[in-house]
Write a new protein. Structure first.
Length: 102
């Protein structure tokens, strides 16, 4: 009686199937994760948090003065005028334009 070689039996292949599939899936996920990293990572979260608080204090100051304005943007000019509030209490207006997610 000649025993059949191991590679012609069902059970060795069945037992090797799940670990091999797991290894291939892990390699695929690692390659995917390296290639598709997050875009919205900030280097200094503390500085970003302080900037948010600073923006809120400026907003609250304008709210206390009851200042409201309107911004008109055309192709070559940007105009701002106050619609409500006493603008004479403000010495200067500093405008910063930024995108929330950039």
């Amino acid at each position: 009686m000649n025993p059949t070689p191991w590679y012609k039996n069902f059970w060795p292949w069945f037992l090797m199937f799940f670990p091999v599939v797991t290894i291939v899936a892990c390699i695929g996920l690692v390659v995917f994760a390296i290639g598709n990293g997050p875009d919205m990572v900030v280097d200094d979260y503390y500085k970003k948090g302080k900037a948010i608080n600073l923006e809120l204090t400026k907003f609250n100051k304008a709210k206390a003065l009851y200042l409201h304005g309107e911004l008109q943007v055309t192709a070559d000019t940007v105009k701002f005028h106050f619609t409500k509030g006493d603008a004479s209490k403000v010495n200067a207006l500093k405008a910063s334009f930024y995108h929330r997610t950039i």
